[in-house]
Ligand binder design. Structure first.
Ligand SMILES: [Zn+2]
Length: 325
């Protein structure tokens, strides 16, 4: 172990450690590739994170209990890979961390697992102030734009650029499958946050909440505007309402007539001939007509050779043979 490495480690320890007491290993923290959430760190964010992660612990299983704090970062560097480009053609950069732990009985399994390549993926937690839309440059936490992450605009993939990293928290060894870019998974906090690892899906910050509310309000306003499209004046709006009311009134009257015809045993074909504006008047009219024609309609299903009124008249004159047609 180089003296420089030993010095860096001993700057973080309570007592002076000897090289033979220490086990060191590298980890990849995160990079500037667009991830599965259609987000990426800006190159500046990587530079901001590097010093913030020095001295931070690597824990097992996202549990901050002291016994799970198994290693610590003594150096973090931004590495440029001249051979590699990101999906959208930028030079690929990533954060490489150098960690140490102490050879103890308790750490023996961990060291074996790291040596065997079993423990090699870490997730990072950090706080960031901004998310920038890659299409229009809007700071979407402050003022949401119309672009959707994951959609193409003029042949370019819209994604959010995480920028303005203000704090770095712990790293976790994680069993979660690797991200496509750097072989790590990432998570981070928005504006403050605590030391718990978190993902993006749940709304846990005021900024995220405000964004969600604004999106909901925008959608509701757009829906209302679409609903009233065409009703360009209050007069036209009123006409539409009146037409609707007339339609409902007509439908209601028709229902009253059918009901009255059914109650009085009149054939369906006579229902439309009933007069009256109220349910009561219509029923009275139906009763009168029914009484007048009772003998002529043994069944409610009228099968007259002529029109319904012909049938009524026929029945009427059959009952009143002395009257002339
Ligand atoms: Zn945008």
């Amino acid at each position: 172990m180089e003296q420089e490495t030993l010095d860096k480690i001993n700057a973080l320890t309570r007592r002076e450690f000897k090289a033979e007491e220490l086990y060191t290993f590298p980890v990849v923290l995160c990079g500037n590739e667009i991830d599965r959430d259609f987000e990426r760190f800006s190159d500046d964010a990587l530079e901001q994170m590097a010093p913030l992660f020095i001295g931070k612990t690597i824990i097992s299983d996202h549990d901050m209990k002291a016994e799970n704090q198994v290693a610590r970062l003594y150096d973090v560097q931004v590495i440029s890979d001249p051979e590699a480009l990101t999906k959208d053609g930028r030079p690929y950069k990533y954060l490489k961390g150098f960690a140490y732990t102490v050879y103890t009985e308790k750490n023996a399994d961990l060291i074996t697992e790291i040596d065997a390549g079993i423990k090699k993926e870490v997730s990072v937690s950090c706080a960031s102030a901004r998310r920038i839309c890659s299409v229009c440059g809007a700071s979407v936490l402050d003022a949401p734009c119309e672009h959707q992450r994951g959609q193409m605009y003029d042949g370019k993939l819209c994604h959010y650029i995480i920028d303005g990293v203000t704090d770095a928290y712990e790293l976790s060894f994680t069993p979660v499958p690797a991200q496509p870019d750097a072989g790590v998974t990432k998570s981070y906090h928005e504006k403050g946050g605590n030391t718990m690892e978190q993902d993006f899906t749940p709304i846990t910050t005021k900024a995220d909440f405000d964004t969600a509310v604004q999106e909901a309000v925008n959608a509701a306003v757009a829906a209302k505007a679409a609903e009233f499209e065409g009703f360009i004046s209050p007069e036209e709006h009123q006409q539409a309402l009146d037409a609707l009311a007339a339609e409902q009134k007509s439908a209601l009257r028709k229902a009253y007539c059918e009901k009255a015809a059914l109650m009085t045993g009149l054939p369906d074909t006579l229902a439309s001939r009933l007069t009256g504006d109220t349910e009561e008047d219509i029923l009275k009219d139906a009763q009168m007509l029914s009484a007048a024609t009772k003998s002529g309609f043994a069944t409610p299903h009228f099968d007259a050779s002529g029109t319904p009124m012909d049938g009524v008249e026929k029945a009427f004159f059959e009952k009143n043979p002395d009257l002339k047609k």
